[in-house]
Structures are given as C-alpha cells and as structure tokens.
Design a protein around this ligand. Structure first.
Ligand code: PGA
Length: 251
C-alpha cells in the first residue's frame, strides 16, 4: 500500500512574519492526520525558521531546488549536504518553472536528481507536458524522455526514496486542473512505463498530481487509483485550504 502524500510548494513567497503564522496554523489543523505524509517546501531563506518550527511536528521539510555538487565556488547555490544539514527530507527537482524559466535541461535535472539521492535526500521529481505537447499528442513522449533521463543513471534500489510529481505545465497556477480521469490516464501510463525498469518500483513509487489542486478538487483526484497525493502551489499558502487538501488525502 502506498501512503498518501501532500507537499506544499511555497515557491518565492513568504516573509518571516507570514511564514510563522501560516505554518503554526497548518501544524494545528493537520496534527491529527496520521494517514498522509505532509511536507512543506519554503524558500531557502526560510528553511531554518521552518525547521525550528517543525521540531515538534510530523510535517516534513523540503527544499525547492539544489545544486548538483557538494560544495565549491558556485556563488548563490545551495547543495544537497547543506539541505541535509538543515534536516530537509525532500527536495523538488525539475519543477517546470525551473525547466522553463531557468533553462534546466534533462541532463541538469538528472544530475540534481542524482545528487539528491547520493546525499540521502528524497527527490520529488516533477514531470509533465506543456499545452502544445498535449495538443500535439506528445504527452507520453515527453513523459518518457523525462523518466528515461532519470532512470538510466540511478541505481534502481534508491527508488524507494523517490517521489514523482506529475504536473501538466498547462495546469500550474492557471486555475485549469486536469480532470481526475485525464490525470489518472497519465499516472497509469507513468506506472506502466516504470514497470519496464522495475515492477517493484512501479507498484510502490508514489505519484503525486500537481497543477491547481484546491480543496474542492482534491477529493476526486485522490479517488483515482494511481494518484497518491498532491504537490500544491497556490493553495498551500492558505493554511485552511492546504489542511483541507491534506484531510482529503488522510484516507
Ligand atoms: P499550483 O502549483 O498548485 O499553484 O498550480 C503547483 C506547482 O507548481 O507545484
């Protein structure tokens, strides 16, 4: 059985004075939920603060990005061991905003993915197609490329620590959500495709859906057999909305 998971991606939002009450409310609202793994991914700058606030909570800490290397002359970058040092458990890798706005190509994403696993972080690897891909019926092709590039270089045994997030780019921050059936179709495809590498991984890996997940659509998405939770952007900045999504996953 795969345990449900909900991760909040706070993106480049928050200040010391907004992060503290947001997290305090989330902690309070989700404290009785035992059937869902919950994580929040603040900016690098807020990781220390969030870490301290989570010391008495079962909510996990995640980062939004990492550098490929361990340390060195890479001005402005943060490495996997630094995130581990701050008790991060998860790290988002290959979010579509990183792939498109910051030109992260398949090779760079794969190197970041590998570095996360090498240093003991659990990567939440984000994959998904653009609207143009979908309209040109290239969704599966794009997903295959994104999966192949990470699968080829990493020891399959490390996949216990991997979470996949299927995020159709056209649904992120747009208010457009894939219907539960559209999402399920792709999740099913991902799981089947992974079986080519390992049947065990295909059946155990968690595949989250991301893209305008809200309290009012979470339940129907989570009812799908291959959707194991959500990666939530906008709605994770509101404690009640985020907690309601967590509650829908607390099955
Ligand atoms: P959204 O973002 O929920 O605001 O669409 C999801 C994401 O980018 O992870």
């Amino acid at each position: 059985m795969r345990k449900m998971m909900v991760a909040g991606n706070w993106k480049m939002h928050g200040s010391r004075s907004s992060v503290m009450p947001l997290l305090a409310s989330i902690k309070e609202l989700v404290k009785s939920f035992t059937e869902v793994d919950i994580a929040v991914c603040p900016t690098f700058l807020h990781i220390g603060l969030v870490r301290d606030m989570l010391s008495d909570s079962s909510i996990s800490l995640g980062a939004q990005n990492l550098h490929t290397g361990e340390s060195g002359a890479y001005t402005g970058e943060v490495s996997a061991p630094m995130l581990v040092d701050y008790d991060c458990e998860y790290v988002l890798v290959g979010h579509s905003e990183r792939r498109t706005i910051f030109n992260e190509d398949l090779t760079l994403v794969e190197q970041k993915f590998k570095s996360a696993l090498d240093f003991g972080l659990k990567p939440i690897i984000c994959i998904g197609e653009t609207l143009a891909h979908r309209e040109n019926k290239q969704t599966e092709l794009v997903i295959k490329d994104q999966l192949d590039s990470i699968m080829q270089s990493v020891d399959i045994k490390l996949f216990d620590n991997v979470v996949i997030a299927y995020e159709p780019v056209w649904a992120i921050g747009t208010g457009l959500t894939a219907t539960p059936e559209q999402a399920q179709d792709v999740h099913f495809f991902i799981r089947n495709y992974l079986a080519k590498y390992s049947i065990d991984v295909a059946s155990t890996v968690r595949i989250l859906y991301g893209g305008s997940v809200k309290a009012n659509n979470a339940k129907s998405l989570f009812a799908m057999p291959d959707i194991d939770g959500a990666l939530v952007g906008g709605a994770s900045l509101d404690a009640k909305s985020f907690a309601d999504i967590c509650e829908a996953a607390n099955l």
